[in-house]
Write a protein that binds this ligand. Sequence first.
Ligand code: ACO
Length: 421
Amino acid sequence: MSDSVKVIYQDKSFEFPLVEGTENEVGIDIKTLRAKTGLITFDPGYKNTGSCVSSITYLNGEEGILRYRGYSIEDLCEKVSFIEVAFLLIFGELPTAKELALFNKEIREDSLVDEDLKTILKSFPKSAHPMGVLSSLTSALIAFNPNSVDVESEEDMREAIIMLMAKFPILASWTQRKVKGLPLNYANTALSYVENIAHMMFKLPHQDFKPSPVLVSTLNKLLILHADHEQNCSTSTVRIVGSAHAGLFASVSAGISALWGPLHGGANQAVIEMLEAIKADGGDTKKYMAKAKDKDDPFRLMGFGHRVYKNFDPRARIIKKAADEVLEELGLNDPILQIAKDLEQEALNDPYFIERKLYPNVDFYSGIIYRALGIPTEMFTVMFALGRLPGWIAQWLEMRKNHEPIGRPRQIYTGYNHREV
Ligand code: ACO
């Protein structure tokens, strides 16, 4: 195979080397393109643009493969917990028993936030969306922990990582407690990381709370499946903000805002809202299938399609199975679940969806599970953020350790030429 690519422009030939990954993915290294030719590339939405080399997550959208640090998500979901996956993503290997015990201990010890953060939370209206509140509170952590992080210092980095892993679930749960008007909970050091998420969200002041095994095992799976997804919109945001040497908390706060969008993580909430709307409109799924296919109608079938999966989303496969198990175990009979099943079947057999390779994505089923587990709709994207946190941290760390330059795309200007005022 040739190890370079020739570009011919104005009768001149220019050669550019290829970069090859460990899974044989090949890219053209165009770092010198503009200097040599005066040209730039034009790729809206970066559909063909590799922004970095990364050894964290391997994703093959055509074959439906997703692996973290070489381990398949199927294997990880079956054999390890979310906190072990977090360690794997951030530090590169699964933890030994001793490393895991230390990681958990450090997180437990740091599971407190400054009480003054409650004043900030209090100032939001109850109607504020939890994702907006979470982004603000994460950003506010900077003010309460202003020490700058030296990325070359293992100690500094570990401290920042532990701090964020420990405090983020507290802030996330508080966004829900605020909406519900409930007292704010802290973690219980006797519980695991995932049990604590459930504890902080659901524990009521006048009742004991023991997270059920089905809740904990399903949450573990969901969080693992959301933990990283290479250079998606929010992760690219985290990396690009961090590339200006903004701190970890500021970069993650920006990632939360990106994740909130309905074309990204916000889709899990949008799926349930769409299903509710179809139910309220008489439950006619065919009508909504027709709307989704009508080019004059902006409606899209939420939870279908994906930028990189042009085959079944492997996460959706695992979640679909988990959803079936959870619904059976909890004995739920929710009418919107039937609407979801009907839509899924119709879309999987419809030529429009088949031709465009539009399959149900992870968000189609995750919303259904969260609903079955009693998690309020407006918290779905916060759950996604809780899962994605280790991925954001790992990607930020890799970007800084690789000394990546500041992210700064170019443009093709199409405005006015010079004119006088
Ligand atoms: N419903 C109906 N038509 C769709 C849908 C959909 N959900 N998704 C894509 N299409 C159609 C487009 O109209 C387009 O049709 P055309 O070729 O006739 O013009 C074609 O399929 C390709 O769509 P694009 O928008 O070009 O695909 P892109 O890769 O840019 O978008 C995206 C991917 C944003 C996920 C899109 O499929 C979508 O909007 N889906 C619904 C929102 C959603 O579920 N998002 C969650 C993504 S998963 C995640 O973030 C974890």
